[in-house]
Design a protein around this ligand. Structure first.
Ligand code: ATP
Length: 377
């Protein structure tokens, strides 16, 4: 029966120091450690070529790690062939059988597994109605839209009730309206089913809206793992700080001087901020005394104030404004560098050429040890 098929379903994945070096010497994945929890929706995010697909393919068993361990439900799976891993996978190119109807495509995995026609039909119609394709069962893939085809591909993967779902850029061949719609559907469906999902994308909007946790990769190396709020608000590396979010996070180099028990001075180019000792922000930077750091400030975390405002205020001149409807970005020269601020976050209206004060600063993103910033190209 169908239930026998999945009597052992895999629901958790752990990667221990997993490395993949291809025969030509390309290090596609470099000592990655990652735990994916039961029922979690984890998104692997990064630019093209960073190794996301290779990670997914090693979990599926389609690629062998060069070293390290892939654990499925805590058991070493390196030598388990793909068909025995009880994992479902959806790719960007749908891969439906063109000569079969939607119904036959959905039923195919169950037929292979020897499920009887009656429970097979029942399962297929359950899945089809859950995906909103119940009235298209007789059609061929060529008679479906891209979004409908992707729903059939997903249906074919979940019809076997996997505990673990791997998806490699499943929406990348669809137009943007449909992507947004299916994004919500996919995360809704996988949560409803309680299925653990690992989802690969290079689209940060997809990652931040769908994920329970996001894992960000660069050149084979895992940079940061956390909830969307954590990786966006407190990025672990300078790379992640600059990679996530639009406009890009303001990243300012600063020197820190602690004037004991009185204040902490933060020298940012030609300006300085003096933070009172009892200000919690002082404590965040105090242990970098005498060092240079990078301070990250999101545009929306800076409050535009009058240039005459007292206290720890950065001062500059508005170079230009950019209106986006929901936000109004001002590019403000503050000396050696410019910062972006959301004008709507403040009580005052700015105009190009006008003076502007900026209150509040963000968090330390990195201490500067060597030369050269580690930023996305
Ligand atoms: P994309 O989003 O473009 O698919 P990705 O992040 O999924 O990129 P991978 O497909 O995992 O990246 O590839 C990681 C690196 O490994 C790339 O530099 C790629 O060129 C390389 N690579 C992938 N497959 C092979 C192979 N069979 N032989 C040699 N190098 C490979």
């Amino acid at each position: 029966s169908a239930d026998e098929l999945w009597e052992v379903t895999v629901t958790t994945v752990a990667l221990k120091d997993v490395t993949k070096v291809f025969p030509d010497g390309t290090v596609a994945v470099d000592a990655v450690n990652l735990d994916v929890n039961d029922g979690e929706f984890l998104v692997l995010l990064g630019p093209s070529g960073c190794g996301k697909s290779t990670v997914l393919r090693m979990i599926a068993g389609l690629e062998d790690p060069s070293s390290g361990a892939v654990l499925l439900d805590g058991e070493l799976a390196n030598d388990v062939p793909p068909r025995d891993r009880k994992i479902a996978m959806v790719f960007q190119d749908f891969a439906l059988y063109p000569h079969m109807s939607v119904e036959e495509n959905l039923a195919f995995p169950l037929r292979l597994a020897g499920v009887d026609p009656a429970p097979r039909g029942e399962r297929v119609s359950d899945v089809a109605s859950a995906l909103g394709i119940g009235d298209m069962l007789a059609r061929k893939p060529s008679q479906l839209s891209g979004g409908q085809r992707q729903r059939v591909a997903m249906g074919r993967a979940i019809v076997r009730r996997p505990g673990l779902f791997l998806m490699d850029e499943p929406l990348s061949n669809l137009d943007s309206g449909l992507r947004a719609e299916l994004r919500a559907e996919i995360s809704g469906l996988t949560r409803e089913l309680g299925v653990t999902t690992i989802y690969v994308t290079h689209d940060q909007a997809e990652a931040l809206t769908m994920a329970d946790r996001v894992a960000i990769m660069r050149r084979g190396v895992l940079q940061d793992v956390g909830t969307p709020t954590q990786v966006y608000g407190r990025p672990a590396t300078l790379y992640v700080a600059a990679f996530l979010g639009s406009p890009r996070m303001n990243l300012l180099e600063a020197s820190v001087y602690v004037h004991l028990d009185r204040y902490v001075a933060l020298h940012l180019g030609e300006q300085a901020l003096y933070l009172p000792w009892n200000d919690i922000r002082s404590r965040a930077v105090a242990h970098y005394h005498g060092e240079r750091i990078v301070v990250g400030m999101r545009a929306e975390a800076l409050t535009p104030v009058s240039p005459e405002a007292p206290g720890d205020v950065l001062r500059g001149r508005i170079r230009y404004l950019e209106h986006h409807g929901h936000e109004s970005l001002a590019f403000v020269d503050i000396g050696a560098t410019a910062v972006v601020v959301d004008e709507m976050a403040g009580p005052v209206d700015g105009a190009p050429g006008g003076q502007r004060g900026l209150r509040r600063f963000g968090q330390v993103v990195q201490r500067i040890t060597g030369r050269g910033a580690d930023l996305p190209g």
